[in-house]
Design a protein around this ligand. Structure first.
Ligand code: 5GP
Ligand code: MG
Length: 448
């Protein structure tokens, strides 16, 4: 899981890229990188850490140029190495190319082994390098043709921005798993994972980069091409459940509206007679508002969030995860004492968050703690870029809802139905990728 941005402008872009990347920070906090073309060569800066730590004003000044791309990288359990920080760079027809991707290729290992047998030396352990390598291999003077040939070979999820000489190139896999939008600011053209990156720099989102679409953007405008495939769009539903910002309007559905509706639908599906509706901040807030309004029950902030923690989901050990939840959220005794409450969260993955919060809310004096979750049980691993752990660590892959209810110590527990979830997005279940909930994988993950 990552965030990407590309800008083609008439003025310097490094500062705009910096702001845009900041607004995509929720998509990845491990590392950040930027590549800018100055008319002669591509310069690049990459660093571990948050965007704000990775780039000083001085560093931005060292990246002059009117066309550039940026990337924020998500921390995964597989460890972080500076050689994996994107954008990656190479040479194509004797010119420099820089490339960054959000998503995950399911046939990365197979392709890598094949390429290694052929004598290719890899410099990273990132699947983005396979994309870069294949494009340069297939390049014969026509970048779109090279991308089409690459798209024939790679399988899985990818929203890619690349800098090819004086052009920004953007392409999205035929299922459109990961989000990707296009916008304008006057004559400037911007592509980004989410619209906030466009709006923050003064631009306006104009449309989605379509599933299977290839865009070439330069001083003459936007040229759209299409990779022909049998696949139909299957946008990741977990982007709406959890990952995207509330202000993200992805494939024509706004994440905040989606989340509120989930709360309303969950009230219809699993009502609860309590004094107070409490969100698990921040991800549970819109759905708790929806639930409370539909129910006519007061909404109350029963947990205080430490804003300086970042996303702490992927800590290597269970002990660290428990401590992280404690540090991140603390019960507000004055609000919950003596009350029966229903707690709203977007998902249960390992169960760490719910178990910990329910216990501490009871310690803080809550009389009853019910739990309502605005996604179905996460029972399958994601192979398309969401960092769900191995199935053996997914509580819902191993326990029934009844068992989970006991395990987390809730007075009652209910999950929204898959149909209810899809209804919140005003689409049919089959129009989304719902593999993490039902194991229906649009691209065969056994290719791994
Ligand atoms: P659990 O504690 O059950 O393992 O995880 C559930 C919590 O993690 C929920 O509060 C949810 O908002 C959050 N969460 C779910 N998926 C992700 C993810 O991909 N990344 C991060 N950082 N948090 C997640
Ligand atoms: Mg959460």
């Amino acid at each position: 899981m990552c965030g990407v941005i590309g800008i083609c402008s008439k003025s310097n872009v490094s500062t705009s890229l910096f702001y845009g990347m900041n607004s995509l920070q929720h998509r990845g906090q491990e590392a950040a990188g930027m590549a800018v073309y100055d008319g002669e060569e591509i310069r690049r800066t990459r660093s571990m850490g948050l965007v704000i730590d990775a780039f000083t004003e001085e560093k931005l000044r060292e990246l002059p140029g009117t066309i550039g791309i940026g990337h924020v990288r998500y921390a995964t359990a597989s460890g972080s190495h500076d050689y994996n920080i994107q954008p990656l760079m190479g040479f194509i027809g004797g010119e420099m190319i820089a490339l960054a991707s959000d998503g995950n290729l399911v046939n990365y290992q197979i392709l890598r082994e094949r390429l290694e047998e052929e004598g290719m030396m890899f410099q990273t352990t990132s699947d983005t390098e396979v994309i870069l390598y294949l494009i340069t291999r297939y390049y014969d003077g026509d970048i779109v043709e090279a991308i089409k040939k690459t798209m024939k070979v790679i399988r899985g999820a990818y929203s890619v921005t690349a800098l090819v000489k004086d052009k920004v190139v953007a392409f999205r896999d035929p299922h459109g798993f990961r989000p990707f939008v296009l916008g304008r600011d006057g004559d400037d053209v911007i592509v980004a994972s989410e619209n906030a990156a466009i709006e923050i720099i003064g631009g306006e989102m104009t449309r989605n980069v379509e599933a299977g679409e290839i865009l070439v953007i330069d001083g003459t405008g936007i040229h759209s091409d299409r990779f022909e495939s049998e696949a139909t769009a299957r946008n990741c539903i977990f982007e709406y459940v959890y990952f995207a910002r509330n202000d993200a309007t992805l494939d024509d559905i706004n994440a905040y509206t989606f989340r509120r509706r989930c709360g309303e639908i969950l009230w219809e599906e699993a009502p609860c007679d309590v004094d107070l509706v409490v969100p698990v901040p921040d991800s549970g807030i819109p759905s708790a508002i929806g639930y409370a309004q539909a129910a006519g029950i007061p909404y109350g902030e029963g947990l205080v969030k430490n804003r300086y923690m970042g996303r702490t989901f992927i800590k290597p050990t269970q002990k660290e995860r428990e401590m992280a939840v404690k540090l991140k959220l603390n019960p507000l005794v004055d609000v919950v004492k003596g009350k029966s409450i229903v707690l709203l969260d977007d998902s249960i993955v390992r169960g760490t968050t719910s178990r910990n919060l329910i216990k501490r809310l009871r310690d803080a004096g809550a009389r009853e703690v019910h739990m309502r979750i605005t996604s179905p049980p996460v029972a399958y691993s994601c192979y398309y870029g969401i960092d769900t752990p191995n199935r053996k660590n997914l509580i819902a892959a191993n326990q029934s809802i009844q068992e989970i209810e006991e395990n987390i110590g809730a007075d009652s527990l209910a999950f929204i139905s898959l149909e209810g979830l899809a209804k919140a997005g005003k689409k049919d279940v089959s129009e989304y990728c719902t593999a993490c909930f039902d194991g229906d994988y649009p691209v065969d993950p056994t290719l791994i």
